[in-house]
Design a protein around this ligand. Structure first.
Ligand SMILES: [Zn+2]
Length: 494
Protein backbone atom coordinates (compact mmCIF):
# COMPACT_ATOMS: atom_id res chain seq x y z
CA UNK A 1 0.00 0.00 0.00
CA UNK A 2 2.77 2.44 0.97
CA UNK A 3 4.54 1.75 -2.28
CA UNK A 4 1.45 2.59 -4.31
CA UNK A 5 0.90 5.83 -2.47
CA UNK A 6 4.48 7.04 -2.78
CA UNK A 7 4.48 6.17 -6.47
CA UNK A 8 1.33 8.24 -6.87
CA UNK A 9 2.92 11.15 -5.07
CA UNK A 10 6.02 10.91 -7.19
CA UNK A 11 3.93 11.04 -10.35
CA UNK A 12 2.03 14.13 -9.34
CA UNK A 13 5.29 15.87 -8.38
CA UNK A 14 6.82 14.90 -11.70
CA UNK A 15 3.80 16.27 -13.57
CA UNK A 16 4.03 19.52 -11.64
CA UNK A 17 7.70 19.88 -12.46
CA UNK A 18 7.20 19.22 -16.15
CA UNK A 19 4.55 21.94 -16.22
CA UNK A 20 6.80 24.69 -14.92
CA UNK A 21 10.05 23.79 -16.67
CA UNK A 22 11.08 24.79 -20.15
CA UNK A 23 10.72 22.32 -23.02
CA UNK A 24 14.43 21.86 -23.65
CA UNK A 25 15.10 20.54 -20.19
CA UNK A 26 11.98 18.36 -19.95
CA UNK A 27 12.50 14.74 -18.92
CA UNK A 28 13.63 11.93 -21.20
CA UNK A 29 10.91 9.50 -22.16
CA UNK A 30 10.01 6.67 -19.81
CA UNK A 31 10.77 4.39 -22.79
CA UNK A 32 14.42 5.46 -23.03
CA UNK A 33 15.88 2.44 -21.25
CA UNK A 34 13.74 0.00 -23.23
CA UNK A 35 14.81 1.63 -26.49
CA UNK A 36 18.49 1.51 -25.53
CA UNK A 37 18.20 -2.14 -24.42
CA UNK A 38 16.51 -3.03 -27.70
CA UNK A 39 19.20 -1.28 -29.77
CA UNK A 40 22.09 -2.89 -27.93
CA UNK A 41 20.59 -6.34 -28.49
CA UNK A 42 19.88 -5.44 -32.13
CA UNK A 43 23.50 -4.38 -32.65
CA UNK A 44 24.67 -7.90 -31.83
CA UNK A 45 23.14 -9.31 -35.01
CA UNK A 46 23.87 -6.35 -37.31
CA UNK A 47 26.54 -6.89 -40.03
CA UNK A 48 29.77 -5.12 -39.04
CA UNK A 49 29.55 -2.68 -41.96
CA UNK A 50 26.21 -1.40 -40.64
CA UNK A 51 27.18 -0.90 -36.98
CA UNK A 52 28.19 2.70 -37.52
CA UNK A 53 24.77 3.58 -38.96
CA UNK A 54 23.02 2.07 -35.96
CA UNK A 55 25.27 4.08 -33.62
CA UNK A 56 24.44 7.31 -35.44
CA UNK A 57 20.75 6.40 -35.30
CA UNK A 58 20.81 6.01 -31.50
CA UNK A 59 22.69 9.28 -31.05
CA UNK A 60 20.07 11.06 -33.17
CA UNK A 61 17.06 10.01 -31.07
CA UNK A 62 15.52 12.92 -29.16
CA UNK A 63 14.36 11.13 -26.02
CA UNK A 64 12.42 14.23 -24.97
CA UNK A 65 10.09 14.12 -27.97
CA UNK A 66 8.43 10.73 -27.82
CA UNK A 67 4.83 9.49 -28.10
CA UNK A 68 3.19 6.07 -28.06
CA UNK A 69 0.10 5.02 -30.04
CA UNK A 70 -2.15 1.97 -30.41
CA UNK A 71 -2.01 0.37 -33.87
CA UNK A 72 -4.95 -1.43 -35.46
CA UNK A 73 -3.33 -4.74 -34.49
CA UNK A 74 -2.62 -5.52 -30.84
CA UNK A 75 0.73 -3.70 -31.09
CA UNK A 76 1.60 -0.14 -30.16
CA UNK A 77 4.22 2.08 -31.78
CA UNK A 78 6.60 4.50 -30.08
CA UNK A 79 7.37 7.48 -32.34
CA UNK A 80 10.44 9.55 -31.43
CA UNK A 81 11.91 12.61 -33.14
CA UNK A 82 15.27 12.13 -34.87
CA UNK A 83 17.83 14.86 -35.33
CA UNK A 84 19.09 15.24 -38.89
CA UNK A 85 20.93 12.23 -40.32
CA UNK A 86 22.60 11.70 -43.67
CA UNK A 87 21.40 9.21 -46.23
CA UNK A 88 17.76 10.29 -46.56
CA UNK A 89 18.13 12.61 -49.58
CA UNK A 90 14.62 14.08 -49.91
CA UNK A 91 13.13 12.93 -46.58
CA UNK A 92 12.95 15.42 -43.70
CA UNK A 93 11.26 15.43 -40.27
CA UNK A 94 12.73 12.01 -39.53
CA UNK A 95 11.07 9.86 -36.86
CA UNK A 96 12.24 6.68 -35.16
CA UNK A 97 9.60 3.94 -34.88
CA UNK A 98 9.64 1.20 -32.23
CA UNK A 99 6.92 -1.45 -32.31
CA UNK A 100 5.80 -2.65 -28.88
CA UNK A 101 4.39 -6.14 -28.61
CA UNK A 102 3.23 -7.48 -25.24
CA UNK A 103 5.24 -4.82 -23.43
CA UNK A 104 8.49 -5.34 -25.35
CA UNK A 105 10.02 -3.55 -28.33
CA UNK A 106 10.24 -6.12 -31.13
CA UNK A 107 10.86 -4.17 -34.36
CA UNK A 108 11.99 -0.75 -35.45
CA UNK A 109 12.18 1.55 -38.43
CA UNK A 110 12.54 5.14 -39.59
CA UNK A 111 9.89 7.37 -41.18
CA UNK A 112 10.61 10.50 -43.23
CA UNK A 113 8.61 13.17 -45.07
CA UNK A 114 8.97 15.00 -48.36
CA UNK A 115 6.11 17.45 -47.85
CA UNK A 116 4.81 19.83 -50.53
CA UNK A 117 2.95 21.85 -47.90
CA UNK A 118 3.97 22.36 -44.26
CA UNK A 119 2.42 20.00 -41.72
CA UNK A 120 2.78 19.34 -38.01
CA UNK A 121 0.67 16.16 -38.11
CA UNK A 122 3.62 13.83 -38.70
CA UNK A 123 2.58 11.20 -36.15
CA UNK A 124 -1.00 11.02 -37.49
CA UNK A 125 0.33 10.62 -41.02
CA UNK A 126 2.70 7.82 -39.99
CA UNK A 127 -0.18 6.01 -38.28
CA UNK A 128 -2.29 6.30 -41.45
CA UNK A 129 0.50 4.55 -43.39
CA UNK A 130 1.06 1.85 -40.73
CA UNK A 131 -2.67 1.17 -40.47
CA UNK A 132 -3.33 1.48 -44.23
CA UNK A 133 -6.10 3.99 -43.60
CA UNK A 134 -6.78 7.24 -45.39
CA UNK A 135 -5.00 10.04 -43.48
CA UNK A 136 -8.18 12.17 -43.21
CA UNK A 137 -5.81 15.18 -43.53
CA UNK A 138 -5.39 17.19 -46.72
CA UNK A 139 -1.73 16.23 -46.89
CA UNK A 140 0.33 16.61 -50.07
CA UNK A 141 3.71 14.91 -50.15
CA UNK A 142 5.46 11.64 -49.62
CA UNK A 143 5.78 9.55 -46.44
CA UNK A 144 8.56 6.96 -46.54
CA UNK A 145 9.48 4.07 -44.25
CA UNK A 146 13.08 2.83 -43.99
CA UNK A 147 14.83 0.04 -42.13
CA UNK A 148 17.62 0.98 -39.72
CA UNK A 149 20.16 0.58 -42.55
CA UNK A 150 18.36 3.53 -44.19
CA UNK A 151 17.09 1.40 -47.05
CA UNK A 152 13.66 2.45 -48.31
CA UNK A 153 11.00 -0.18 -47.60
CA UNK A 154 7.95 1.65 -48.94
CA UNK A 155 6.45 5.06 -49.55
CA UNK A 156 2.93 6.47 -49.80
CA UNK A 157 2.49 9.63 -51.88
CA UNK A 158 -0.56 11.86 -51.32
CA UNK A 159 -2.16 14.78 -53.13
CA UNK A 160 -4.64 16.59 -50.87
CA UNK A 161 -4.97 13.49 -48.71
CA UNK A 162 -5.61 11.14 -51.66
CA UNK A 163 -3.10 8.36 -52.35
CA UNK A 164 -1.58 9.02 -55.80
CA UNK A 165 1.36 6.60 -55.80
CA UNK A 166 2.67 3.71 -53.69
CA UNK A 167 6.20 2.36 -53.94
CA UNK A 168 7.77 -0.78 -52.50
CA UNK A 169 11.35 -2.03 -52.63
CA UNK A 170 11.06 -5.53 -54.08
CA UNK A 171 13.37 -8.29 -55.15
CA UNK A 172 13.91 -8.95 -58.84
CA UNK A 173 13.08 -12.50 -59.81
CA UNK A 174 13.38 -12.06 -63.60
CA UNK A 175 14.08 -15.64 -64.63
CA UNK A 176 16.58 -16.44 -61.92
CA UNK A 177 15.42 -18.78 -59.20
CA UNK A 178 13.98 -16.57 -56.47
CA UNK A 179 15.91 -13.65 -57.97
CA UNK A 180 19.17 -14.91 -56.54
CA UNK A 181 22.48 -15.47 -58.23
CA UNK A 182 25.09 -16.87 -55.91
CA UNK A 183 22.67 -15.98 -53.12
CA UNK A 184 22.55 -12.31 -54.10
CA UNK A 185 19.34 -10.39 -54.76
CA UNK A 186 18.74 -7.30 -56.87
CA UNK A 187 16.29 -4.85 -55.36
CA UNK A 188 14.08 -2.46 -57.33
CA UNK A 189 11.84 0.38 -56.27
CA UNK A 190 8.53 -0.51 -57.90
CA UNK A 191 5.98 2.31 -58.02
CA UNK A 192 2.25 1.80 -58.65
CA UNK A 193 -0.11 4.53 -59.83
CA UNK A 194 -3.92 4.52 -59.55
CA UNK A 195 -4.25 4.39 -63.37
CA UNK A 196 -2.49 1.00 -63.35
CA UNK A 197 0.92 2.25 -64.52
CA UNK A 198 3.95 0.60 -62.92
CA UNK A 199 7.55 1.84 -63.00
CA UNK A 200 10.67 0.22 -61.60
CA UNK A 201 14.14 1.43 -60.80
CA UNK A 202 17.18 -0.54 -59.59
CA UNK A 203 18.28 0.47 -56.09
CA UNK A 204 20.78 -2.03 -54.66
CA UNK A 205 21.94 -5.62 -54.37
CA UNK A 206 22.13 -7.71 -51.21
CA UNK A 207 23.87 -11.04 -50.78
CA UNK A 208 22.08 -12.54 -47.77
CA UNK A 209 18.86 -13.92 -49.32
CA UNK A 210 17.05 -10.68 -48.58
CA UNK A 211 16.89 -11.45 -44.91
CA UNK A 212 18.70 -8.32 -43.70
CA UNK A 213 16.55 -6.07 -45.81
CA UNK A 214 13.28 -7.32 -44.41
CA UNK A 215 14.58 -7.72 -40.90
CA UNK A 216 13.17 -4.95 -38.77
CA UNK A 217 13.33 -7.00 -35.62
CA UNK A 218 15.92 -8.96 -33.72
CA UNK A 219 14.91 -12.43 -34.88
CA UNK A 220 17.66 -14.62 -36.23
CA UNK A 221 18.05 -14.49 -40.00
CA UNK A 222 18.81 -18.21 -40.39
CA UNK A 223 16.22 -20.82 -41.13
CA UNK A 224 16.70 -20.84 -44.87
CA UNK A 225 12.95 -20.80 -45.36
CA UNK A 226 13.04 -24.42 -46.49
CA UNK A 227 11.19 -26.04 -43.63
CA UNK A 228 8.35 -25.15 -41.34
CA UNK A 229 8.01 -21.46 -40.79
CA UNK A 230 11.77 -20.88 -40.92
CA UNK A 231 13.80 -21.49 -37.82
CA UNK A 232 14.37 -17.82 -37.21
CA UNK A 233 10.69 -17.19 -36.73
CA UNK A 234 9.94 -19.78 -34.08
CA UNK A 235 8.60 -18.07 -31.04
CA UNK A 236 7.93 -19.13 -27.51
CA UNK A 237 4.53 -18.25 -26.21
CA UNK A 238 2.19 -17.82 -29.13
CA UNK A 239 -1.51 -17.17 -28.88
CA UNK A 240 -3.23 -18.26 -25.67
CA UNK A 241 -6.82 -18.82 -26.70
CA UNK A 242 -9.32 -18.29 -23.87
CA UNK A 243 -10.93 -21.39 -22.38
CA UNK A 244 -14.72 -21.82 -22.26
CA UNK A 245 -15.44 -19.12 -24.85
CA UNK A 246 -18.96 -18.18 -25.84
CA UNK A 247 -20.03 -18.53 -29.46
CA UNK A 248 -18.71 -15.61 -31.51
CA UNK A 249 -16.04 -14.62 -28.98
CA UNK A 250 -12.96 -13.09 -30.61
CA UNK A 251 -9.26 -13.14 -29.75
CA UNK A 252 -6.44 -11.17 -31.37
CA UNK A 253 -2.74 -11.99 -31.42
CA UNK A 254 0.29 -10.34 -33.05
CA UNK A 255 3.62 -12.12 -33.14
CA UNK A 256 6.87 -10.21 -32.92
CA UNK A 257 7.34 -10.11 -36.70
CA UNK A 258 4.06 -8.24 -36.97
CA UNK A 259 1.95 -11.19 -38.13
CA UNK A 260 -1.54 -10.43 -36.82
CA UNK A 261 -4.23 -13.07 -36.44
CA UNK A 262 -7.81 -12.62 -35.31
CA UNK A 263 -9.68 -15.69 -34.15
CA UNK A 264 -13.38 -16.20 -33.65
CA UNK A 265 -14.91 -19.05 -31.68
CA UNK A 266 -17.49 -21.15 -33.46
CA UNK A 267 -19.42 -23.12 -30.85
CA UNK A 268 -21.10 -25.40 -33.41
CA UNK A 269 -17.74 -26.86 -34.50
CA UNK A 270 -16.01 -26.07 -31.16
CA UNK A 271 -13.03 -24.43 -32.89
CA UNK A 272 -11.38 -21.03 -33.00
CA UNK A 273 -11.57 -20.02 -36.67
CA UNK A 274 -9.09 -17.59 -38.22
CA UNK A 275 -11.15 -14.66 -39.50
CA UNK A 276 -8.49 -12.01 -40.20
CA UNK A 277 -4.74 -11.88 -40.96
CA UNK A 278 -2.17 -9.16 -41.51
CA UNK A 279 1.10 -10.44 -43.00
CA UNK A 280 4.17 -8.20 -43.44
CA UNK A 281 6.45 -9.00 -46.39
CA UNK A 282 9.08 -10.35 -43.99
CA UNK A 283 6.65 -13.01 -42.74
CA UNK A 284 5.75 -14.12 -46.27
CA UNK A 285 9.46 -14.44 -47.09
CA UNK A 286 10.19 -16.35 -43.89
CA UNK A 287 7.15 -18.61 -44.24
CA UNK A 288 7.28 -19.38 -47.96
CA UNK A 289 5.96 -22.88 -47.30
CA UNK A 290 2.93 -21.63 -45.39
CA UNK A 291 2.04 -18.76 -47.73
CA UNK A 292 3.28 -19.86 -51.19
CA UNK A 293 0.31 -18.14 -52.84
CA UNK A 294 1.55 -14.76 -51.53
CA UNK A 295 5.23 -15.22 -52.50
CA UNK A 296 4.72 -13.81 -55.96
CA UNK A 297 6.98 -13.32 -58.97
CA UNK A 298 8.38 -9.92 -59.75
CA UNK A 299 7.13 -7.26 -59.72
CA UNK A 300 5.61 -9.06 -56.78
CA UNK A 301 2.52 -7.99 -55.00
CA UNK A 302 1.13 -4.75 -56.34
CA UNK A 303 -1.03 -2.35 -54.43
CA UNK A 304 -4.57 -3.67 -54.47
CA UNK A 305 -3.73 -7.13 -55.75
CA UNK A 306 -6.22 -9.74 -54.58
CA UNK A 307 -5.24 -13.35 -53.91
CA UNK A 308 -7.38 -16.20 -52.66
CA UNK A 309 -5.61 -18.16 -49.96
CA UNK A 310 -6.25 -21.11 -47.74
CA UNK A 311 -8.55 -21.17 -44.68
CA UNK A 312 -11.34 -19.50 -46.72
CA UNK A 313 -9.28 -16.30 -46.68
CA UNK A 314 -9.07 -13.59 -49.33
CA UNK A 315 -5.93 -11.42 -49.26
CA UNK A 316 -5.39 -7.91 -50.57
CA UNK A 317 -2.04 -6.14 -50.72
CA UNK A 318 -2.23 -2.82 -48.89
CA UNK A 319 -0.38 0.48 -49.12
CA UNK A 320 1.27 -0.40 -45.77
CA UNK A 321 3.19 -3.16 -47.57
CA UNK A 322 1.25 -5.90 -45.76
CA UNK A 323 -1.10 -8.58 -47.00
CA UNK A 324 -4.52 -8.11 -45.38
CA UNK A 325 -6.58 -11.29 -45.24
CA UNK A 326 -10.23 -11.58 -44.22
CA UNK A 327 -12.41 -14.63 -43.99
CA UNK A 328 -14.77 -14.88 -46.90
CA UNK A 329 -18.38 -14.55 -45.94
CA UNK A 330 -21.17 -16.94 -46.85
CA UNK A 331 -23.99 -16.12 -49.22
CA UNK A 332 -26.29 -13.58 -47.52
CA UNK A 333 -28.99 -15.17 -45.35
CA UNK A 334 -31.53 -12.85 -46.94
CA UNK A 335 -31.56 -10.01 -49.44
CA UNK A 336 -33.93 -7.05 -49.77
CA UNK A 337 -34.24 -4.61 -52.65
CA UNK A 338 -36.23 -2.37 -50.27
CA UNK A 339 -33.89 -1.75 -47.34
CA UNK A 340 -36.67 -0.31 -45.13
CA UNK A 341 -38.69 -3.48 -45.57
CA UNK A 342 -35.58 -5.51 -44.75
CA UNK A 343 -34.58 -3.51 -41.68
CA UNK A 344 -38.09 -3.79 -40.24
CA UNK A 345 -38.13 -7.53 -40.97
CA UNK A 346 -34.83 -8.30 -39.24
CA UNK A 347 -35.81 -6.18 -36.23
CA UNK A 348 -39.33 -7.60 -35.90
CA UNK A 349 -38.56 -11.26 -36.62
CA UNK A 350 -35.36 -11.82 -34.58
CA UNK A 351 -35.97 -10.61 -31.01
CA UNK A 352 -33.45 -13.08 -29.58
CA UNK A 353 -30.57 -12.49 -32.01
CA UNK A 354 -28.19 -9.81 -33.09
CA UNK A 355 -28.71 -9.50 -36.86
CA UNK A 356 -25.86 -8.22 -39.02
CA UNK A 357 -25.88 -6.96 -42.57
CA UNK A 358 -24.69 -4.39 -45.08
CA UNK A 359 -26.27 -1.61 -47.13
CA UNK A 360 -25.10 -2.05 -50.71
CA UNK A 361 -23.84 0.84 -52.82
CA UNK A 362 -27.14 0.80 -54.73
CA UNK A 363 -29.14 1.11 -51.50
CA UNK A 364 -30.26 -2.50 -50.98
CA UNK A 365 -29.83 -4.65 -47.83
CA UNK A 366 -27.94 -7.93 -47.51
CA UNK A 367 -28.29 -9.78 -44.19
CA UNK A 368 -25.11 -11.76 -43.50
CA UNK A 369 -25.09 -13.02 -39.91
CA UNK A 370 -27.53 -14.18 -37.26
CA UNK A 371 -25.55 -13.89 -34.00
CA UNK A 372 -26.38 -14.60 -30.35
CA UNK A 373 -28.30 -11.80 -28.63
CA UNK A 374 -25.06 -10.67 -26.95
CA UNK A 375 -23.35 -10.23 -30.32
CA UNK A 376 -20.14 -11.61 -31.81
CA UNK A 377 -18.04 -11.16 -34.91
CA UNK A 378 -19.73 -10.78 -38.28
CA UNK A 379 -18.36 -11.55 -41.73
CA UNK A 380 -16.13 -8.68 -42.82
CA UNK A 381 -15.55 -6.82 -46.03
CA UNK A 382 -12.44 -5.64 -47.78
CA UNK A 383 -11.54 -2.39 -49.42
CA UNK A 384 -10.29 -2.40 -52.99
CA UNK A 385 -7.90 0.43 -53.93
CA UNK A 386 -10.41 1.42 -56.62
CA UNK A 387 -12.18 2.92 -53.58
CA UNK A 388 -14.92 0.31 -53.40
CA UNK A 389 -15.53 -1.93 -50.39
CA UNK A 390 -16.94 -5.36 -51.17
CA UNK A 391 -18.72 -8.17 -49.37
CA UNK A 392 -17.15 -11.35 -50.80
CA UNK A 393 -18.63 -14.88 -50.91
CA UNK A 394 -17.99 -18.07 -52.92
CA UNK A 395 -19.85 -18.58 -56.20
CA UNK A 396 -20.28 -22.24 -55.24
CA UNK A 397 -23.04 -21.08 -52.87
CA UNK A 398 -25.04 -19.83 -55.90
CA UNK A 399 -25.77 -16.38 -57.31
CA UNK A 400 -27.40 -13.65 -55.22
CA UNK A 401 -31.19 -13.53 -55.44
CA UNK A 402 -31.14 -10.02 -56.93
CA UNK A 403 -28.73 -7.90 -58.96
CA UNK A 404 -26.35 -5.33 -57.47
CA UNK A 405 -24.86 -2.55 -59.53
CA UNK A 406 -21.08 -2.74 -59.41
CA UNK A 407 -20.96 -6.40 -58.36
CA UNK A 408 -17.91 -8.15 -59.83
CA UNK A 409 -16.72 -11.73 -60.09
CA UNK A 410 -13.22 -12.71 -59.05
CA UNK A 411 -10.83 -13.68 -60.53
CA UNK A 412 -11.98 -12.26 -63.86
CA UNK A 413 -10.39 -15.10 -65.86
CA UNK A 414 -11.88 -18.03 -63.93
CA UNK A 415 -14.23 -16.53 -61.36
CA UNK A 416 -14.86 -18.28 -58.06
CA UNK A 417 -16.31 -15.45 -55.95
CA UNK A 418 -18.96 -12.75 -56.01
CA UNK A 419 -17.95 -9.33 -54.68
CA UNK A 420 -20.91 -7.09 -53.74
CA UNK A 421 -20.12 -3.36 -53.23
CA UNK A 422 -21.25 -2.06 -49.82
CA UNK A 423 -21.24 1.35 -48.09
CA UNK A 424 -22.46 0.71 -44.54
CA UNK A 425 -22.82 -1.99 -41.91
CA UNK A 426 -25.97 -2.30 -39.85
CA UNK A 427 -26.80 -4.50 -36.87
CA UNK A 428 -29.47 -4.83 -34.20
CA UNK A 429 -29.04 -4.34 -30.46
CA UNK A 430 -31.72 -6.64 -29.14
CA UNK A 431 -30.90 -6.57 -25.39
CA UNK A 432 -32.63 -3.16 -25.18
CA UNK A 433 -35.97 -4.94 -25.58
CA UNK A 434 -35.67 -5.99 -21.94
CA UNK A 435 -33.05 -3.78 -20.28
CA UNK A 436 -35.01 -0.53 -20.44
CA UNK A 437 -32.47 1.34 -22.58
CA UNK A 438 -32.79 2.39 -26.22
CA UNK A 439 -29.74 0.28 -27.20
CA UNK A 440 -27.53 3.21 -28.19
CA UNK A 441 -27.17 5.08 -24.90
CA UNK A 442 -24.29 3.01 -23.47
CA UNK A 443 -20.66 3.37 -24.54
CA UNK A 444 -19.69 1.69 -27.83
CA UNK A 445 -18.68 -1.88 -26.92
CA UNK A 446 -15.28 -3.41 -27.71
CA UNK A 447 -16.58 -5.66 -30.53
CA UNK A 448 -18.28 -2.75 -32.28
CA UNK A 449 -15.22 -0.56 -31.78
CA UNK A 450 -12.89 -3.22 -33.23
CA UNK A 451 -15.17 -3.80 -36.21
CA UNK A 452 -15.44 -0.08 -37.00
CA UNK A 453 -11.69 0.40 -36.57
CA UNK A 454 -10.96 -2.33 -39.11
CA UNK A 455 -13.63 -1.02 -41.53
CA UNK A 456 -13.05 2.76 -41.30
CA UNK A 457 -14.33 3.47 -44.81
CA UNK A 458 -17.84 2.19 -44.03
CA UNK A 459 -20.58 3.92 -42.06
CA UNK A 460 -21.80 1.80 -39.15
CA UNK A 461 -25.39 1.79 -37.90
CA UNK A 462 -27.23 0.30 -34.94
CA UNK A 463 -30.92 -0.46 -34.80
CA UNK A 464 -31.98 -0.13 -31.16
CA UNK A 465 -35.31 0.27 -29.39
CA UNK A 466 -37.16 3.19 -30.96
CA UNK A 467 -33.73 4.59 -31.83
CA UNK A 468 -31.04 4.25 -34.47
CA UNK A 469 -27.50 5.63 -34.29
CA UNK A 470 -24.07 5.54 -35.89
CA UNK A 471 -20.71 4.58 -34.38
CA UNK A 472 -17.11 4.62 -35.53
CA UNK A 473 -13.72 3.48 -34.25
CA UNK A 474 -12.88 6.88 -32.78
CA UNK A 475 -15.77 8.09 -30.63
CA UNK A 476 -16.66 6.24 -27.45
CA UNK A 477 -20.36 7.16 -27.80
CA UNK A 478 -22.92 6.53 -30.51
CA UNK A 479 -23.78 9.61 -32.58
CA UNK A 480 -26.39 10.83 -35.07
CA UNK A 481 -29.07 9.29 -32.80
CA UNK A 482 -32.54 9.38 -34.36
CA UNK A 483 -35.66 8.45 -32.42
CA UNK A 484 -38.74 6.64 -33.56
CA UNK A 485 -39.90 3.34 -34.99
CA UNK A 486 -37.49 1.77 -37.48
CA UNK A 487 -40.12 2.24 -40.20
CA UNK A 488 -39.80 6.01 -39.73
CA UNK A 489 -35.99 6.19 -39.35
CA UNK A 490 -34.80 3.49 -41.77
CA UNK A 491 -34.30 5.83 -44.73
CA UNK A 492 -31.44 7.51 -42.86
CA UNK A 493 -29.50 4.23 -42.77
CA UNK A 494 -27.19 4.45 -45.76
ZN1 LIG B 1 -23.16 -3.73 -31.52
Amino acid sequence: MNKVISYGLFLSVALLVSCVKEDDISADTIYKNEILDYISAYKEIVPSDQIEKIGEFVNSIDFKRVNIYQLRTTERVIIADLKTMNGFSESKNLKALFFVNQGKIVRSGIAGFASKTPTNEHDKLILSVLNATSPKLSYSGKISLFNLYRELILFNSFENGVLDAVGFTRQQKSGKKNGRTDSCTDWYLVTYYPNGNVTSQYVFTTCDNGCQFYRMGRTNCGGGGSSGGGAGYAESGGPILPVNPINGATYEYTDKNGEYTKYQYDAASAIWKIVEKILPAAVVVAKRDEYPFLDLDWPGAYHGQIVLGTYKMIYIFGSDGNWHGVELGDKPISEYSNKCQGLQDIWNNNPNNEMYGYITSDGKLIVTNRLPVSGGAAFGTFKHPNGTTYYPYPMSQSAPSQSYSGMIQYPASNPTHYLIPVVASVHTHSPCRSDGTNGVSHAVGPDDNTFATSHPELRHWIIGCEAIAQFDGINSSFFNVQYGNVSSTCNSIN
